[in-house]
Design a protein around this ligand. Sequence first.
Ligand code: HEC
Length: 230
Amino acid sequence: MALASPFGTFRPPNISTDPIDGIGTWTPADLATALIKGVSPDGRHYYPAFPYTSYTGMTFEDIRDLYAYLRTLPAVSGKAPPHDLPFLFRIRRTLGAWKLLFFRERQTAAVFTGDPLHDRGAYLVSSVAHCGECHSSRNIFGAIREDTRFAGGVDPEGTGFIPNITPDRIGHWSQDDIARMLETGETPDHGRVGSSMADVVVNTRMLTADDRRAIAAYIASLPARPTPHP
Ligand code: HEC
């Protein structure tokens, strides 16, 4: 897959169990280091196009389960072509500076209240499903602008606008409406979500109904934020 961005085109690597082209030789600790620290087994920083800024909040139990699942998938040979980035961004060391500025290990923007359904939703939205990685605007360094988190923004692929999912825009949706959209793709506005959200629904429809309800409860609790204008 080619992931276009204002910084160039990223090509997500082979994460199948192939020992040479994929990650078949990784240990569970290697996977945890990649997801939580954004660092590869050979010590390189990953580009935040791999959203470890969200995955950093994942529990070790979930990472262990994810590892066990990935191990059951077939090995696929072949490497993705290299990222297509301008010279400056090809220097991975500069990512260390980016991380100092914009990344805090084990910290996400999740807000926890002590309510189990809400907090389960906070975890799923902020760490696993990484909804905010798409539904936010970014600064010139490509980091999420906190005042626009979940308030939408220009699609980084440059093809459109990602909608505001705070009550400012979807305040008329009930929690059931949000949960139903995550299961069927249908919105209460008599439409269906399309583009990359259709791919998200392919996955959220496989969640348990309880997890979809938890995501809906958290999204409905977000503070209203105005849609940023580019
Ligand atoms: C890969 C990027 C991406 C991710 C991740 C993502 N979304 Fe979306 N989402 C979109 C796009 C693009 C649209 C607009 C779809 C359209 O125009 O048909 C959208 C639409 C929506 C809408 C409909 C808004 C409206 O006004 O119609 C809701 C609600 C929504 N997303 C919630 C979520 C939630 C909750 C998550 C996390 C579980 C999530 N999204 C994760 C890209 C994403």
